[in-house]
Design a protein around this ligand. Structure first.
Ligand code: HEM
Length: 346
């Protein structure tokens, strides 16, 4: 494979940092509003479906241009995974929602991005179920999160805010994404939907399950059926996903700053770089529960990253403020070493 284009550019407006600070504060207001008994959850993705053990194995013989940062040589990283629903409040799993997955790789050497945390040994990857978002930028995203607090008024407000054509398109796209029924996290594809650097290149990343979806699958009926379904699968055996990246092609087909454009696989095919394995495990065992509780308190953040894998584009830069305010508000645990829950039953 020929080397991909490194001709991508970020465009950073001069007033952006202040604007993003206000967006982060707006999300924190909502987080405070949703707090119960004085205890704040995550501003978004408040409901964790599961916090589980995994291994992230970098594949051998990667293309030369992919051998960057933790992908430089075949290696295996212990990883903690949190599956979630996107809402800022805990809801029944059958309710339409954004669905997320967050990976925290442990023991990753190399300089990290956040000032003061350069020596951290974690690398996070965060994904949702759709390959793009309905939002061109972080302002639109945060506006919508706020407006969705009053569902009955969302339609007229969105049409007023975005104009008729764009408002309708955005709401349709949103409904299409969150309306897809969710049967199992084990058969779901997940996407970063936004780019990061891979050394001199820019990529979006994703997880593709190796387990095929059952065409006769039925949605569970209990409030936490996604957790129960995953627990039953993991009690029987491992679950695997390919971790793959799409390389930037050009600003039209694979834009850096516009989160509403899907990077089509016909333009930018996914290249597998690693295999994520959730080994057989008992979620209800004392160890499983200890890990789940710990994972709930952690902070998964796209900026917990190697300098070579820096997040790119306006929506990613907005997340640099938003996640820090949200994790501060809920007093998230510091970055873990892995010793908090040892790798095997002691
Ligand atoms: C479009 C791509 C995005 C993806 C793939 C994504 C994914 C996720 C995921 C998976 C989580 C849950 C992490 C966990 O399990 O702890 C999360 C949480 C969160 N997201 Fe995003 N997100 C995106 C965009 C944004 C944007 C644009 C903002 C705001 C500007 C934002 C703000 C937040 C906040 C505040 C949290 C809670 C942080 C915490 O307290 O841990 N996200 N996101």
């Amino acid at each position: 494979m020929a080397a991909p284009s490194s001709d991508w550019k970020e465009q950073i407006p001069p007033d952006e940092a202040e604007r993003f600070e206000r967006l982060a504060e707006r999300l924190r207001e909502l987080q405070r509003k949703h707090a119960t008994d004085g205890h704040a959850s995550r501003a978004l993705h408040a409901k964790g479906q599961a916090g589980v053990e995994a291994t992230f194995r970098v594949l051998p013989e990667l293309p030369e241009h992919a051998r960057v940062g933790l992908f430089a040589t075949p290696a295996s990283f212990r990883t903690w995974v949190r599956f979630s629903n996107g809402s800022g409040t805990r809801q029944h799993d059958k309710k339409g929602d954004v669905r997320g997955v967050a990976l925290k790789l442990l023991g990753v050497p190399g300089k990290k991005l956040i000032p003061g945390m350069e020596d951290a040994t974690t690398q996070d990857f965060l994904m949702i179920r759709t390959p793009s978002t309905p939002f061109r930028n972080a302002d639109d995203f945060v506006w919508l999160v706020g407006a969705a607090e009053s569902p009955a008024l969302l339609l007229p407000r969105a049409l007023g805010h975005f104009g008729f054509g764009r408002g309708l398109k955005l709401l349709r796209q949103l409904a299409g994404g969150i309306g897809q029924p969710m049967f199992s996290v084990a058969t779901t594809r997940y996407f970063s939907a936004l780019p990061i650097k891979l050394g001199p290149y820019a990529v979006r990343y994703g997880l593709t399950p190796l387990t095929a979806a059952d065409p006769n699958a039925k949605r569970g009926s209990t409030p936490d059926y996604l957790t129960e379904e995953l627990a039953a699968r993991l009690a029987k055996g491992p679950i695997e996903y390919d971790f793959s990246v799409q390389f930037f092609v050009d600003e039209t087909r694979t834009p850096i700053e516009d989160g509403s454009v899907e990077w089509k696989e016909s333009d930018a095919p996914f290249v597998p770089l690693a295999r994520l394995t959730l080994p057989r495990q008992e979620l209800a065992s004392p160890r499983g529960q200890k890990l789940a509780s710990l994972v709930e308190t952690l902070s998964f953040d796209p900026w917990h990253a190697l300098a070579e894998l820096r997040p790119l584009g306006g929506m990613m830069r907005a997340r640099n403020q938003a996640y820090r305010l949200s994790t501060g508000e809920r007093k998230a645990a510091p970055e873990p070493s892995g010793n908090e829950v040892p790798a095997t039953e002691g």
